[in-house]
Design a protein around this ligand. Structure first.
Ligand code: N01
Length: 539
């Protein structure tokens, strides 16, 4: 053992939904587990995303753990879509209820992880100088957890406060009465902009790409509705394991009905609110002409809300099919642009030249701002994994291996990096489905795998290169059957200059994917190379 290293069976990086459930499950089976997290407490993305308006767009009764029926029944959600404070309270409640904090080291950032081929274990180093060792390393690092600030010339010279939505100060930020600039109109921007507009003296929104957004129509949850849903929780959860989120899927194509019927269906779903809107017909994600009908409907709605034709035109997305960038769900987003204290700057037409100490230069004009909010997104799916210097067999670096894009088998493991598991990573449905459904599935699969390893006397497991290659092809083929690769989205890494353009999540129904994972396990981890305890690891 490294001098002073802390030794466990499993080390888990991240104390969000994934890390906490992994800890609860593995510790419950008698494994020694340590969780490390850079934050001061549990919560993961819900710890960091405290910006005003932060809210989940999966309904709260579905965006919750299913592993404990008592927890499920006792926790009372107050709104249709829970806000960040309520979700964080829920996660804190789970940590207390299952006594999880005692196994978590907070304020601890892992900087490197190296596989020791002689001792068959992972050696981890933290920024604080702590050494950890474990037979298994579980990356519960989150798909959207490495915030990205815009690299606009001069931004470092701006003298006012700069806040990224994904690293919002825990004590909150008072922007009332200030001239505020906000960059970014993805899900975070669309949520924070209406809130900022209410408090700022003036708000300038710098939009690079217009996005499609659907009203949430959030509301308090009626006790009888909550009770009714909970009385059928087992059926709802079983269905969610098949389809992700309990949307109302249609068995009709957009052109199987008359234009009037189609319009009525879009209206009905718009009036109900939320992501369910995009499932109005079964070919909207695969047929561009069908997609045009729903995109036209949303553009007409934008024009109906925003009367200024030039502003409305800028807010209308034309450069990607609806749903190929993650659909946004809002509360009063388009209405915000009617306010007299809000100005939209379309930076595709009038690019940001540079920042200076007191504001932004746009097309030769100076826009004075006192504070800047960056809702500029994340180095998604691979960013937080590769932020750690991970070295596998023969000292090979994961950053080098993934230089042309992530390569995994089932999205869970990668060849050459034995006993390293990734939760909801690239190559799994991940961000395309309800994250908690995906997390619970992965934790269960990983736990079963570790139990199998123990029962059968195995020391290491990793994918074979051939099986991994087949899986990568399979994931690409699934994406190519949809319209998803048509947008310059973070799904493809398009938001990060130099990031390889590879569609990262697996665009299959979670039920299909679960069966694929189960089949692999049932066949004794087919496609994986297992090395028994007595045998040295082959190079
Ligand atoms: O990030 P994004 P996000 N100059 O990458 C713009 C989840 N989430 O934090 O599109 C100007 O989507 C960028 O422009 P463009 C959800 O999965 C969920 O909003 O690259 N603009 C874009 O408009 C979501 O999809 C919830 O041209 C720049 C924006 O910044 C994911 O997190 C809430 C720029 C970034 O949008 C990420 O969402 C919040 C620059 N230099 C988040 N750089 C809910 O559950 C970037 N942009 C509701």
């Amino acid at each position: 053992m490294t001098q002073g290293a802390h030794r466990d069976d499993v080390v888990v990086i991240g104390a969000g939904f994934a890390g906490l459930y992994a800890l609860h499950t593995l510790r419950g089976l008698g494994y020694r587990v340590t969780v490390v997290d850079a934050a001061a407490d549990v919560g993961g993305v819900w710890y960091w995303n405290r910006y005003p308006g932060a809210r989940c767009d999966v309904e709260s009764l579905q965006y919750s753990y299913s592993f404990d029926e008592q927890l499920e029944q006792e926790w009372q959600w107050t709104e249709r879509y829970a806000g960040q404070p309520e979700i964080l309270r829920y996660i804190q409640h789970v940590a207390e209820r299952f006594d999880l904090r005692r196994s978590i080291r907070f304020n601890t950032r892992v900087v490197s992880a190296e596989f020791d081929e002689v001792r068959h274990l992972w050696r981890l180093r933290t920024q604080e100088g702590l050494d950890l060792e474990a037979s298994y390393c579980v990356m519960a690092t989150g798909a959207l957890s490495l915030p990205r600030l815009p690299d606009i010339p001069g931004i470092e010279s701006f003298q006012g406060p700069v806040h990224h939505t994904g690293a919002w100060p825990a004590q909150g930020v008072d922007l009332s009465g200030l001239r505020v600039g906000v960059i970014g109109t993805g899900s975070s921007g669309i949520q924070v902009i209406p809130q900022l507009a209410q408090h700022a003296a003036h708000l300038t929104v710098f939009q690079r790409t217009a996005n499609f957004s659907i009203p949430a129509w959030n509301r308090p949850l009626a006790p009888q509705d909550q009770a009714a849903f909970k009385s059928a929780y087992r059926e709802h959860r079983a269905r969610a394991r098949e389809i992700g989120t309990l949307y109302e899927f249609s068995d009709k194509g957009a052109f199987d009905v008359t234009p009037m019927e189609r319009e009525r269906e879009f209206e009905r779903r718009w009036d109900k609110g939320g992501v369910n809107f995009v499932h109005a017909f079964n070919d909207l994600s695969t047929n561009k002409a069908a997609n045009d009908t729903i995109a036209d409907f949303v553009r007409a709605r934008i024009r109906r809300i925003v009367k200024d034709p030039a502003v409305a035109q800028s807010l209308c997305p034309y450069d990607h099919p609806l749903g190929t960038k993650r659909i946004c769900v809002d509360t009063g987003y388009y209405e915000t642009f009617i306010r007299p204290n809000v100005r939209l700057v379309d930076v595709k037409k009038t690019p940001i030249d540079r920042f200076d100490s007191s504001g932004v230069w746009v097309a030769g004009q100076h826009v004075k701002i006192d504070a800047l909010v960056c809702a500029t997104g994340y180095d998604a799916l691979t960013g937080a994994v590769l932020a750690i210097d991970i070295r596998g067999r023969a000292g090979s670096r994961l950053r080098d291996k993934w230089a042309q894009g992530p390569r995994t088998l089932l999205g869970i493991m990668t060849a050459g990096f034995p006993n390293l598991f990734i939760i909801t990573g690239a190559g799994s449905p991940s961000v395309l489905v309800n994250m908690i459904v995906g997390i619970e599935h992965h934790v269960q699969w990983i736990t079963d795998c570790i139990e199998y390893m123990k029962a059968s006397g195995q020391s290491t497991i990793e994918p074979s290169v051939q099986a991994e290659d087949r899986w990568v092809e399979h994931v690409n083929a699934a994406a190519n059957r949809t319209l998803l690769p048509l947008a310059n989205s973070w799904f493809l890494g398009a938001n990060i200059p130099g990031k390889p353009r590879v569609f990262m999540p697996y665009a299959a129904k979670i039920g299909v994917y679960r069966r694929e994972c189960q089949a692999v396990a049932d066949k004794g981890y087919e496609g994986f190379v297992l090395v028994p305890k007595t045998q040295p690891l082959q190079a």
